[in-house]
Ligand binder design. Structure first.
Ligand SMILES: [Zn+2]
Length: 284
């Protein structure tokens, strides 16, 4: 506020100076005043915006509907402002451009034990260390995967009943590469079969199981993919994600999908505007 007041005093002094000049250099001053007033307006607008302070995110929760729903996430607290950004996810996949220069997703996955956590808004499987993918020449380690019911990404406006996000992180840059896999209703899924009866029912509850499995078995064999630059789909919506959404889906029964949906409820953020981004397509 002090800064704003100083600005007004300063501009007041400058204004009277300019008005004096006006008497002497009438024609010139008229033309220089217009951009000057524009400049003052812009400065005032910027300082007003800075005056609107958001609360700390400590203890703040977000929801998928109502006053704390996706359209309000960026206003909930100071660390969630990126949710109002222009590089957000998910998106509707449409008009993807074939790009023969894109490399295949190179996975080096090891088996992991079963470590399931109910995160409140999603069911998450923490993955044992040492599994990596290489994207654009950079290595990312698989940390966890989790589910959304229904899918967050859509293709030509159509969603799938479920989407699994495999979250990989580059430890040096902190950036993420997330592989999205659509799950359609169909045959029983032989991997999910081990877990659906053991999903922890309440927030923060966990399940440690004896089953060892590989994330590779929860992906289709054809690794054709769509890719674009985006964000986390939950607050703080950080714009640090290279998205790799697989073109081909896997299957699970309606009952298997429902086991997840019954616990995480509706947890799909609506699709975000592309804002000029291009979605590229790699055919495996
Ligand atoms: Zn996700």
């Amino acid at each position: 506020m002090i800064l704003q007041r100083l600005l007004i005093q300063l501009t007041g002094a400058q204004l009277s100076n300019l008005l004096n000049i006006t008497k002497e250099m009438n024609f010139l001053a008229k033309h220089s005043l217009l951009p000057f007033f524009g400049f003052v307006l812009v400065l005032t607008a910027v300082s007003c915006k800075d005056d609107k302070t958001l609360p700390s995110c400590e203890g703040v929760t977000y929801e998928y509907e109502g006053a704390d729903g996706p359209e309000h996430w960026s206003e909930l607290c100071v660390d969630y402002v990126d949710c109002g950004g222009k590089v957000q996810s998910p998106v509707d996949i449409t008009n993807a451009v074939d790009d023969a220069s894109l490399a295949a997703v190179a996975r080096t996955y090891s088996n992991s034990g079963t470590h399931i956590v109910n995160k409140g808004h999603t069911i998450q499987f923490n993955y044992d260390g040492g599994s990596t993918i290489v994207v654009n020449g950079e290595s990312y380690e698989l940390l966890q995967f989790h589910t959304h019911t229904h899918s967050e990404h859509t293709v030509g406006g159509v969603s799938a009943p479920m989407e699994i996000h495999f979250v990989h992180k580059n430890a040096t840059t902190g950036k993420l590469a997330v592989i999205g896999v659509f799950v359609e209703e169909g045959a029983e899924n032989p991997i999910l079969k081990h877990f659906v009866d053991h999903l922890p029912a309440t927030k923060d509850a966990t399940y440690e199981g004896a089953v060892s499995f590989t994330a590779q078995d929860l992906m289709p064999s054809d690794l054709s993919y769509y890719t674009y630059a985006g964000s986390l789909t939950t607050p703080p919506c950080s714009e640090i994600v290279t998205w790799i959404v697989l073109e081909h889906h896997i299957e699970a029964t309606e009952e298997q999908i429902h086991a997840f949906e019954a616990l995480e409820h509706e947890n799909a953020r609506p699709v975000q505007a592309l804002e000029g981004r291009t979605i590229k397509h790699h055919k495996a």
